[in-house]
Design a protein around this ligand. Structure first.
Ligand SMILES: C[S@@+](CC[C@H](N)C(=O)[O-])C[C@H]1O[C@@H](n2cnc3c(N)ncnc32)[C@H](O)[C@@H]1O
Length: 173
């Protein structure tokens, strides 16, 4: 049994952002890293029906399948097919902490700078976006070394916490 990420400040910030930003229920949405399913539940509440979610953690996928969502085990896009109008991702974004155990690392940290998985995501996402498709990506002031490549970015949400600031970026090509 792997640890499933319990919703935290980052989860709530992304969820609130979805509520503010999504006006069109007909969007085809992909979530990478579904965890407990909080964002899938928000999309569902907003009336969005074309939702697909993936996570590398099979227990998270099992839980979300049980909740009735369409989802699969996948390392980033490895099991994703087709194109989406919106891709959302609340990734592991913290620099690796050697003291943290392997299970919780999977949901919270990514490499020395915190940006390893984000950079892989930014390299692969384009192929899965429809022509006018957008990405909502959450990052932290503690995440270093993000390579934004050709993505145009706009900050659409921000939250100051005691020790860090969280951001949600809207990206498009
Ligand atoms: C910060 S949690 C976010 C969970 C949930 N979306 C939320 O907002 O609370 C990051 C999630 O990404 C998943 N994850 C980590 N590496 C992944 C990868 N390579 N491919 C897909 N999902 C991954 C983790 O298992 C975890 O569920």
């Amino acid at each position: 049994m792997s640890l499933i990420y319990e919703p935290e400040e980052d989860s709530y910030l992304l969820s609130e952002t979805l509520k503010k930003q999504i006006k069109n229920k007909k969007l085809k949405v992909l979530e990478i890293g579904i965890g407990s399913g909080i964002q899938l539940e928000t999309l569902n509440e907003l009336g969005v029906t074309a939702i697909f979610g993936v996570d590398i953690n099979k227990d998270a996928v099992k839980l979300c399948l049980k909740k009735g969502f369409n989802c699969a085990v996948s390392n980033l896009f490895s099991k994703v097919e087709g194109k989406f109008d919106l891709i959302i991702f609340n990734p592991p974004y913290l620099p690796e902490d050697k003291r943290e155990d392997e299970e919780s690392k999977l949901a919270t940290t990514s490499g020395e700078k915190g940006s390893e998985l984000i950079n892989k995501f930014l390299n692969q996402a384009e192929k899965y976006l429809s022509k006018k498709g957008k990405i909502f990506l959450l990052t932290s002031s503690l995440t270093k070394g993000i390579n934004w490549k050709y993505w145009k970015k706009k900050k659409i949400a921000e939250k100051k916490l005691f020790f860090e600031k969280l951001f949600v970026w809207k990206l498009n090509k």
